[in-house]
Each structure stands twice: as structure tokens, then as C-alpha cells.
Design a protein around this ligand. Structure first.
Ligand SMILES: [Zn+2]
Length: 394
């Protein structure tokens, strides 16, 4: 089905329209914006949802009416020295070698040189945090109280991406019924949804929230502190989930800054410079530019605008294997973020100046970085930069 738009839409809006459309209805696989950008083709999976067409229309109307064009700022670019072409079907090759283990929808394990690569990249990020910023190590659970995410406004801005954790209520009859209908041992059956309650916990969508939560009501005497942590993060991306590009369950390393406004913003700036030095050492093509967190239509205008206007988020986009049609592709593999004093106010953390603290973080998506490395340096050890070669190919 084709929907005509009132006028040709902006390139950025077209990309967002396609990306977020997976959440519109289970009966809609997604939408594709025509090359002329003045029409949208809707791809239906089935006709089970009678409201699907109306939902697509409402979705498009909201996205189009709230869109505002934002200027993009480029912090830096890097061009690799490795002159060979990017690999094709890199993910397929990693799977064939058993270096990537596909274990479910968006659930990917690593082994062999791919795992060694992830560890080497992570070690470099730890070194960056510890040596340049005196980061101390912390380790967090994968679970996070729903109430904490609520206070972080997560259910307001990203409800569609949250993974909520449920368990059966403590009720002998309901547990027994559950046991009986699952006697077959082949899949999961839910006989009665009342056997669950509103989820008390969720899987954490980012590493740094736990750090701020752990500092609740603290009064800092120092100007700032730096923490580093690595953890599994969970973001449900529906039909956009693919390979190592966009996993539901992935590994994120963060270097986190908490302190006065100037202390944090100076360090975020230095962290960006350090991140750029990293990709130079890893010899990767990349562009480091302003970005915004993708989120659903209702919050479109205000939050995006606010974020980019203030340069709050920079994303490092790295080239990976081209798409099936040969088109070039980049994915965001790292970011450097400022949150102003949002977490300072939310968790009542007071800085040495007596004001709610400012926070910021540098973050790396480690599986995506692995994909970028294998896409750009291939499977021939000799092509890999010295900074990674011995660790990856030992
Ligand atoms: Zn963070």
C-alpha cells in the first residue's frame, strides 16, 4: 500500500520514519520511503490487525508534523590506512567460522578471534578511563528496579525498547496450572496472564544509570569522580534487530563522569579526543558527529531538538560491511554524552559547589566495534593494525 505525503520529506525524517515503523503494528513489517521522498510504501505482514492502516497513518502524520530539521555538527573524521575494500557478508563469515554464535533473536555470543577482539577493544577503553581520568571500577546487576527507570523518564521516552522482567505470582494454584500446561517441554505456554504482576524490575538499557542510582543523596566533596563499568544492556528493537549491528542483548563499556558542570564538560571533551585517538590506533574509517537518541513520535520534536541544540550527544559512526544492495553502511559504535544535571536532580546528588551534579559518559558498543573491525580489516591477520593484531590473532 502506498501513502502519498503532502510534500517530499527531509532525508533524516525519512530514515527515522523507516526505522521506527517496526513498532506500529504486529501486522506491519515496516514502511519504506520512496526515492522521491513524497510517498511511503507500507509492507504488511498479515491482515490480523484491522487498525493497522489507521495506525500507520497516525504514525506518519505525527512524525511528519513534529519533525524539525537540525544542523549536524561534525567533531572529527578518521580515514584508515588499510586500503583494501570493506568485506562483504562479514557477519556470515563470522558465523561460518563459529566466531559468532547465534542463540536467539538479538542474542549473539562471540568466540575465537571475535571474542579476543572484543576483549582487546574493551581493554583499551578501560585503559582510557583509568589512565586519563583516574576511573575506578564498578560492577552492576543486569536488573534495574522499574521505579528507577521511571524516575529516569525512560517509560516516557523509550517505552517501546524496554525489556521488562516478570515472574509468576506466589500462588500455588497458578504455579501448578503453569506447570501442567508446560508439561510438553517444547515451548512456553501462558495459561493465565493474571499469573504475572506489573514488572518490578527491567533489564537495564544502559550502564551509567546504575552509577547515578548508587550515588543517590550523596554530597560530593571532590569536584568530580570517574567510574568505569562494563555490562550487558538490553534494548528491544523489534524487526530492526539484526546480527551484530543491532542486538537486543549487547555489551557496553562506559566511562562515567559525575561532578560540577565544568568538571564534567571538560572531561567529556577530553574523552571525545581520546575516543578519536582510539579509532586512529585501530585504523578505522569513522565520522564523529552530533546525534540524538531515536525515540517514538510523541516526544519527537522537543527532546530531539533540545539534545542536538546543546551538543549533548556525539556519536561515532563506523563503516561496516555494505548492505545486500552494495550501499555503504555505517553504525554508531561509540558515543560521548552529557545529561546536564538531570541525574543530579533525579537522584539528589549534590556537587562540591552545592548544586545538583552534572553527569556525562563515554560509551562503546563492543559487539558493533567488533563488526566494524572485521568489516574494515577482514580475515587476513596481516591487514590488522599493530594495536590489535597480536591480541586478536594469537
Ligand atoms: Zn551512559
Amino acid at each position: 500500500m502506498r501513502i502519498q505525503l503532502p510534500k517530499a520529506v527531509d532525508e533524516d525524517l525519512a530514515a527515522d520514519l523507516e526505522k521506527q515503523s517496526v513498532y506500529v503494528s504486529p501486522s506491519v513489517r515496516g514502511v519504506r520511503v520512496a526515492a522521491t521522498r513524497d510517498a511511503v510504501d507500507v509492507d504488511f505482514v498479515d491482515d490480523k490487525d484491522p487498525e493497522a492502516q489507521a495506525k500507520v497513518q497516525r504514525y506518519i502524520d505525527t512524525m511528519v508534523s513534529r519533525f524539525r530539521k537540525l544542523p549536524k555538527k561534525i567533531f572529527a573524521t578518521n580515514t584508515r590506512k588499510d586500503a583494501a575494500a570493506y568485506g562483504r557478508d562479514v557477519y556470515g563469515e563470522l558465523k561460518k567460522r563459529r566466531w559468532v554464535l547465534e542463540l536467539g533473536h538479538g542474542q549473539v555470543g562471540l568466540a575465537g578471534p571475535a571474542l579476543a577482539c572484543m576483549r582487546a577493544l574493551d581493554a583499551a577503553c578501560v585503559k582510557l578511563g583509568v589512565e586519563r581520568f583516574g576511573a575506578v571500577h564498578e560492577n552492576y546487576p543486569a536488573l534495574m528496579p522499574s521505579e528507577v527507570l521511571a524516575r529516569c523518564n525512560y517509560f516516557k521516552y523509550f517505552p517501546h525498547t524496554v525489556s521488562m522482567v516478570v515472574h509468576l505470582v506466589e500462588d500455588y494454584d497458578k504455579i501448578d496450572e503453569f506447570r501442567r500446561v508446560n508439561d510438553h517441554g517444547t515451548h512456553l505456554d501462558v495459561p493465565d496472564w493474571k499469573a504475572f504482576e506489573t514488572p518490578k524490575v527491567c533489564l537495564n538499557p544502559a550502564v551509567c544509570y546504575h552509577c547515578y542510582q548508587a550515588m543517590e543523596k550523596e554530597k560530593m566533596s571532590a569536584d568530580g569522580r570517574c567510574v568505569t563499568a562494563v555490562g550487558r544492556c538490553f534494548r528491544y528493537e523489534s524487526k530492526n534487530i539484526v546480527g551484530l549491528d543491532r542486538a537486543w542483548d549487547f555489551t557496553m563499556r562506559e566511562v562515567i563522569f559525575v561532578g560540577t558542570e565544568s568538571w564534567v564538560s571538560e572531561r567529556r571533551q577530553k574523552a571525545m579526543e581520546a575516543q578519536l585517538e582510539q579509532v586512529q590506533a585501530w585504523d578505522l574509517d569513522c565520522q564523529f558527529e552530533t546525534a540524538n537518541d531515536p525515540f517514538f513520535s510523541a516526544a519527537y520534536a522537543t527532546k530531539t531538538y533540545w539534545q542536538v541544540r546543546n551538543d549533548l550527544k556525539y556519536e561515532m559512526r563506523l563503516n561496516v560491511e555494505p548492505g545486500p544492495d552494495g550501499a555503504p553502511r555505517t553504525i554508531a559504535c561509540a558515543s560521548a554524552n552529557l545529561h546536564e544535571n538531570f541525574f543530579g536532580k533525579t537522584f539528589e546528588i549534590t556537587g562540591s559547589d552545592g548544586n545538583p551534579v552534572f553527569t556525562g559518559c563515554a560509551a562503546w558498543g563492543l559487539e558493533r566495534l567488533v563488526l566494524a573491525c572485521f568489516s574494515q580489516h577482514g580475515f587476513d591477520k596481516a591487514r590488522w593494525p599493530e594495536s590489535l593484531r597480536a591480541d586478536v590473532w594469537s
